[in-house]
Write a protein that binds this ligand. Structure first.
Ligand code: ZN
Length: 243
């Protein structure tokens, strides 16, 4: 589904870019609008970290991107769980498209960040143009994006931050098949679209990962390397699928 189809006849105006950048007909930016649950919004650093990490990843993958913070928070009955992430939020976005909810969706990606526990499944959820991710408290604990390398050791805050990129990547069209994993010394590095599935049980891994990346290359066996690292940039393969 492209952004025009998603917005349909709802009459939602797309932002055309930052004033002053229109002189040489810039590319139509991909717009990601981010909402926080009431609880997630209590973490002071969260908005900065989400904008920083998502912005760095998307800017290196796309010609033009805008990350907008929604002006209001979202009241949730639950911060996690399949119903809250995979049903309530998509319904709220759909209702917002026709003026029946307080949210004002955009045509590219509508992302909800909650305070749910990212160690519990499902930790996130996405469908075309809509995504929800848990772990707000953990993402807020990350150092500012500008001070963080693009590959980091595995930690819960880093995994929650990578999950944010993972779910937003899905909303923009990337699949697990667009992710890659590579060996780097004693470590395996999982890109955002592969994420922690690389180290999941064989049953979970088989359900979510094909034998090879869509852009070629088999995923290495997680037992091959003792160290776990997480990439915080989309691979070229995933970047080609985003939009
Ligand atoms: Zn996924």
């Amino acid at each position: 589904m492209n952004r025009r189809a998603f917005l349909g006849g709802a009459g939602v105006a797309l932002s055309l870019g930052v004033a002053g950048r229109r002189v040489t007909s810039p590319p139509d930016p991909v717009v990601v609008r981010v909402w926080f649950s009431e609880s997630a919004a209590t973490h002071d650093a969260l908005a900065d970290r989400v904008q920083g990490y998502l912005g760095a990843a998307l800017r290196s993958a796309l010609d033009a991107v805008e990350i907008e913070l929604a002006p209001s928070t979202v009241t949730l009955a639950h911060e996690g769980g399949k119903a809250a992430l995979g049903f309530d939020w998509p319904v709220t976005v759909a209702e917002g498209l026709v003026g029946m909810a307080e949210v004002d969706p955009v045509g590219d990606a509508n992302l909800l960040v909650t305070d749910g526990d990212p160690r519990r499944q499902p930790a996130g959820y996405a469908r075309p143009r809509v995504a929800a991710t848990t772990g707000g408290a953990y993402i807020a604990r990350m150092a500012p994006a500008g001070e963080t390398p693009s590959v980091v050791p595995y930690s819960i805050p880093a995994a929650a931050t990578q999950l944010l990129l993972h779910e937003c990547g899905h909303a923009l069209g990337a699949t697990h098949g667009h992710g890659t994993a590579r060996r780097e010394g004693d470590a395996l590095v999982a890109s955002p679209m592969v994420g922690s599935y690389l180290w999941a049980s064989e049953r979970v891994r088989e359900r979510h990962l094909d034998d090879e990346s869509a852009c070629g290359g088999a995923y290495p066996d997680a037992r091959d390397a003792p160290e776990r690292r997480l990439g915080l940039r989309y691979t070229d393969c995933a970047a080609g699928a985003l939009g």
